[in-house]
Design a protein around this ligand. Structure first.
Ligand SMILES: [Zn+2]
Length: 254
């Protein structure tokens, strides 16, 4: 199992990756998006040097603002186009798997409509990604539409689409991450990890919310031995470093 950390896309990417490397993470989750981590501003050679210096691996993440589930075809198409312009950068930085968030139309549209809109966008993204040797993963973002059944449906309807489990997001609406792991582990390629109290997407350090970590990690370890990003949004990064050590310790003990 490998533990990684994301860059804050509102900050200088070079400095962010440097911190991730020197803090002893195994990989960087490249959040390439507005406003500081856009193709025009990314210093590819500099980033590659830091990645090499710290022997970091890379995974990729597209902008959370992409509207792949918009009722407007024009907006969906623009979102796909905006995501695709980052693909050559991901490829140059050694990325193999890229995350795309779930995205749902407003409440006058049904869940089925939301599935249809996203399946259309995701099919295009999977096709475009192939040209750069990249694979797309679908990350449910903690919306009430994203039951296990709905997520499974989207993944089945888009050949070549993989699953990204966000443990915090799958703890909302009375749901349980264990169910998603048990049912979708065959397509699981990446994990985001953070805690919450089950009612809000708080991105807390491990142990600060109500997730049963021992049980969840036990099931996860049974099926998975890949990359886990600590997606902890505490201002003080000490919390993330403590979670890194805690996760490693808990995982090794299982
Ligand atoms: Zn996430």
């Amino acid at each position: 199992m490998k533990i990684g950390f994301p860059n804050n896309p509102r900050k200088d990417l070079v400095e962010e990756v440097e911190w991730i490397g020197k803090s002893g993470f195994d990989f960087v989750d490249l959040f390439l998006e507005e406003d500081m981590a856009v193709p025009e501003k990314i210093k590819i050679e500099k980033i590659k040097k830091i990645i090499k210096k710290y022997n970091l691996e890379t995974v990729g993440h597209t902008g959370p603002y992409l509207q792949t589930g918009s009722p407007s075809k024009a907006i969906r198409e623009a979102s796909v186009k905006d995501a695709v312009r980052y693909f050559p950068i991901f490829q140059k930085l050694g990325v193999k798997y890229i995350t795309v968030h779930g995205n749902w139309p407003f409440s006058l549209f049904s869940v089925e409509d939301g599935i249809k809109f996203q399946v259309e966008s995701l099919t295009k993204l999977v096709r475009e990604a192939k040209k750069y040797n990249l694979k797309i993963m679908f990350e449910p973002v903690g919306k009430k539409q994203e039951s296990y059944e709905v997520v499974a449906k989207i993944i089945t309807k888009v050949p070549g689409l993989h699953f990204h489990l966000d443990i915090g997001h799958s703890n909302l609406y009375g749901r349980n991450p264990v169910k998603y792991i048990k049912e979708l582990n065959k397509e699981l390629r990446h994990v985001h990890l953070h805690d919450n109290n089950g009612s809000e997407d708080e991105h807390l350090p491990i142990g600060a919310g109500n997730i049963n970590w021992e049980k969840t990690l036990k099931v996860l370890k049974k099926y998975y031995d890949g990359t886990i990003t600590l997606e902890i949004f505490a201002k003080d990064k000490e919390f993330s470093l403590t979670s890194k050590d805690k996760l490693r310790r808990m995982w090794n003990k299982l």
